[in-house]
Design a protein around this ligand. Structure first.
Ligand SMILES: [Zn+2]
Length: 260
C-alpha cells in the first residue's frame, strides 16, 4: 500500500501501545516497507525524547487533582448526564463521608490511586513512559519510577530483592551508611532514585520503608536477607516484610513485579 500521508492514527495508537497484538504486528510489517509511516513513527519518538530532555524521568509526577474529595463528589452529583441515577448517588453521598472521616488518610489515597496501595509507579521502556501495572510482565532495561504517599515529614528508603536473593538499594548517595532520604508529607511523591531492571528471570520485590529516623544500609540488608533465608518464596517474603516491621519503620510498602 503506497500513500503520501502516513497512517497517523494507527501509528499513534501503536506508539502508545494501545493496538491489539495482531494490529501491532501487521503495522510493524507495514512500517518496514513504508518510509512515509516509518518517518512518522520516528518523529513521534523524537518528540518524546525532546520532552524527556526537558522533563527528566525522575521529575515526572502524577497529575493529581487539587480539589478536595467533596468537590469531586459535588462535580459528580451535578453532572447532568447522571440525573437518572441521582438516587443511587445520594446513597453514596451519605455513606461515603462516614468512611472518609473514619479513615481519612487511607481513603484519600485510594481516590488518587484508584484503589491500590500507597505506592504506585511509572515505567519507561524504549524511551516511552507508561503508567505502571502490577499485572504486566517487565523486562531487563525497564526503568521503574516509584511514587509513594507519606502522611508526615519523615524518611524513605527504597530497596529491592529479586528471586535469587540479590538485594539492591536506590538512594542517590550510594556510599552513605544510611539508605533513607528525607521526605515531605504528600501523595504521589517521587523517590529520588529509579530502578532499572536487570535481565535475571523471576520476580523483583520492591520495598519502600518509611521511618522517623534514617535507616542504616547494614541493618536493612541484614534484616531483609535473614527474612529471605526464612521465606525464599518472594510472594511469601512480601507478606512478611509488611507484617514484621523493622524497628523504627512506621510503614512498609511493597510492589511485586514479574519479569519475562
Ligand atoms: Zn504507510
Amino acid at each position: 500500500m503506497k500513500h503520501s500521508e502516513p497512517l497517523k492514527l494507527d501509528i499513534e495508537l501503536y506508539f502508545a501501545e494501545e493496538l491489539s497484538k495482531e494490529d501491532a504486528s501487521s503495522l510493524e510489517s507495514h512500517l518496514q516497507q513504508c518510509p512515509v509511516c516509518h518517518d512518522y513513527l520516528q518523529t513521534l519518538r523524537r518528540e518524546r525524547n525532546e520532552f524527556l530532555a526537558d522533563h527528566p524521568f525522575s521529575e515526572l509526577k502524577i497529575e493529581k487533582s487539587q480539589s478536595p474529595w467533596f468537590q469531586k463528589l459535588l462535580d459528580i452529583l451535578t453532572r447532568p448526564a447522571l440525573y437518572p441515577v441521582y438516587g443511587l448517588l445520594l446513597i453514596v453521598a451519605i455513606t461515603v463521608p462516614v468512611l472518609f472521616f473514619g479513615n481519612r488518610a487511607q481513603i484519600s489515597d485510594e481516590i488518587r490511586y484508584k484503589g491500590t496501595a500507597g505506592l504506585t509507579f511509572f515505567f519507561q521502556r524504549d524511551g516511552v513512559i507508561h503508567e505502571g501495572d502490577k499485572r504486566k510482565q517487565y523486562r531487563g532495561g525497564d526503568q521503574i519510577q516509584i511514587l509513594y504517599n507519606s502522611t508526615k515529614e519523615q524518611f524513605a528508603a527504597l530497596i529491592s530483592i529479586d528471586s535469587r536473593g540479590q538485594i539492591s538499594f536506590y538512594h542517590p548517595q550510594q556510599n552513605s551508611d544510611f539508605c533513607s532520604e528525607k521526605t515531605t508529607a504528600g501523595a504521589g511523591l517521587t523517590f529520588p532514585g529509579s530502578i532499572i531492571l536487570d535481565d535475571s528471570e523471576g520476580s523483583e520485590l520492591i520495598i519502600l520503608l518509611l521511618s522517623d529516623k534514617p535507616l542504616p544500609v547494614k541493618t536493612v540488608r541484614t534484616w531483609i536477607s535473614e527474612l529471605y533465608e526464612e521465606f525464599p518464596q518472594i510472594s511469601e517474603l512480601e507478606k512478611v516484610i509488611v507484617k514484621k516491621k523493622l524497628k523504627p519503620v512506621s510503614q512498609a510498602f511493597t510492589l511485586l513485579l514479574h519479569k519475562e
